[in-house]
Design a protein around this ligand. Structure first.
Ligand code: ADP
Length: 499
């Protein structure tokens, strides 16, 4: 790929941005080689802040997907035999390289995804942390030795890699969703084919280059960006060559993939949609609750499955809470994520902007009051104004659908029982946030939440050392924590006769 010296006229990109894009990998990574798709097809990656085409990326076909999986299958047995220390050292080196290159990687992510550079940097650091965490876990894969109850045998219990994995990631955290899967897969000794979202393939391809530089053997991680996700992935799932699928994305697609995985009984990990309640009791520290709501709502412009989607505030404090939150939201600076001081970037694409617009209009039609914002920004790119709505009806679409945008809907409540019932009245169960200074209430409500995670007086729960995941239709399995590696390991017991 040639490197132009300067951005073409009319481009919003600076020369540095242009050079960064031109130097980033744009091809498929198959068996340790960067290759074009077999039919030469490419797709465009856009800057969501301007709609400008950043570059063309190789568009994998089903045959490319098959080749990638075959490379993973071939590499599996020798990779499974590598020592835990070797795998840990590769992950540690990759962790270091992510930090050494954090400025360029963050800028690349901002260009393809839109989030402000400071948030992109925080994501690279978060992504790197999964590599460091699982470098440690690789060294702690344990087993056991037991005496059978009758005393006539021994049980030797060991853990082995599940085998070649298919990994599918979304666009909202283009790097961290990759390392959250690749970290434990590599630590466990599994090879993989990973498919990033077509909106944001560049961060994943850059990660692939870094893993190779860190010493990962050819074929262990293969990357196949593509626009025909179903055409490429379904035959791989049904081939019987892969043993596991780990998916992060919508519940709708997760259900389709679960059905496909039933065919060959693949192990599955599913991180799906959320509809997080954020509950503020009358005894909460209001300043902390407002700050927590800002984080839970505005991290990643609201484009997170953990985003506060329904904010329930006790009727005695909702007016005060609403005006403080609206003041903070109105003070945010919307713009291109690369610009100094910008705190809210564009939404990922036109469809996302249209959906947020529809949901806000629907809530207002059903009686909500706009405290601030309420409209898409009148500028090029897919921007939406940070918005606070109050008096949002439980019948509004945004009470049941993921907003995935910078919109905070407030609904009043009067009793604990009422708000717990409302919070749990959803098929989702990823995370719930609870603000209260009453210890008994905190524990009572925390236990009553039908969710895999609870943020107690804190607006963020994601941490590589903690088990991330949901219940109900929000998913299956956990990522991160000491349990995260188990998703990539099979338990085997060897019975030994002693008679
Ligand atoms: P979102 O609506 O946030 O884009 P999706 O669930 O549609 O969420 O996408 C998450 C990931 O799943 C992306 O990488 C996308 O390309 C991929 N994907 C979408 N549909 C399928 C499918 N039928 N099979 C495999 N992957 C899919």
């Amino acid at each position: 790929m040639s490197t132009p010296a300067a951005a073409p006229p009319l481009s919003a990109l600076t020369d540095r941005e242009w050079r960064l894009i031109a130097a980033a990998p744009h091809q498929l990574l198959v068996d340790g080689r960067w290759v074009d798709s077999e039919n030469g097809a490419t797709f465009d990656v856009l800057d969501p802040a301007t709609g400008e085409v950043l570059c063309a990326v190789a568009d994998a076909t089903p045959a490319d997907g098959r080749r990638a999986l075959e490379a993973a299958v071939t590499a599996q047995s020798s990779f499974a035999r590598t020592s835990p220390r070797e795998r840990a050292d590769i992950l540690t080196r990759a962790f270091e390289l992510l930090h050494e290159r954090i400025d360029d990687l963050a800028l690349l992510m901002t260009l393809e995804m839109g989030k402000p550079v400071a948030e992109a940097k925080a994501e690279i650091a978060y992504a790197a942390e999964f590599l460091r965490h699982f470098a440690g876990e690789a060294l702690r894969i344990d087993g056991g030795y037991q005496t059978a109850p009758a005393g006539d045998a021994r049980f030797l219990i060991t853990r082995q890699p599940v085998g070649p994995c298919l990994l599918i990631t979304p666009w909202n955290f283009p790097m961290a969703m990759g390392t959250r899967k690749l970290g434990p897969a590599i630590a466990a000794g599994c090879t993989s084919v990973i498919k990033p979202a077509p909106q944001t393939p560049l961060s994943m391809l850059a990660l692939g280059a870094i893993l190779a530089e860190a010493g990962l053997p050819d074929g262990v991680v293969n990357i196949v960006p593509c626009t025909g996700a179903n055409e490429v992935i379904e035959p791989l799932i049904r081939s019987g060559l892969a043993r596991k699928l780990s998916f992060t994305g919508s519940t709708k697609v997760g259900k389709i993939l679960l059905e496909q995985c039933a065919d060959k009984v693949l192990r599955t990990s599913m991180e799906l949609g959320g509809n997080a309640p954020f509950i503020v009791f009358e005894d909460a520290d209001l300043e902390e609750a407002v700050a927590g709501a800002m984080t839970a709502k505005m991290r990643n412009m609201g484009e997170a499955c953990t985003a506060a989607n329904r904010i329930y505030v006790h009727e005695s404090v909702i007016e005060e809470f609403g005006s403080r939150l609206a003041e903070k939201m109105a003070a945010l600076r919307v713009g291109r994520g690369t610009d100094e001081g910008v705190t809210v970037g564009p939404l990922i694409d036109e469809a996302a902007q249209a959906k947020v617009t529809e949901l806000v209009d629907d809530a207002v039609t059903r009686g909500a009051t706009v405290l601030t914002g309420g409209t898409a920004c009148d500028r090029v790119g897919y921007f939406y104004t940070p918005t606070v709505l109050t008096g949002v009806s439980p019948q509004a679409r945004m009470a049941t659908e993921e907003i995935f945008g910078p919109v905070a809907p407030l609904t009043p409540f009067s009793t604990e029982a009422e708000v717990v019932a409302a919070a749990n009245d959803t098929p989702y169960g990823l995370v719930a946030y609870v603000y209260t200074n009453d210890l008994r209430r905190a524990l009572r409500v925390g236990e009553a939440m039908e969710s895999g995670m609870v943020g107690l007086n804190q607006g963020v729960v994601s941490n590589p050392a903690a088990p991330f995941g949901g219940v109900k239709e929000s998913g299956l399995g956990r990522e991160g924590g000491s349990i995260g590696i188990d998703e990539f390991l099979e338990l085997k017991y060897i019975g030994i006769a002693m008679g």
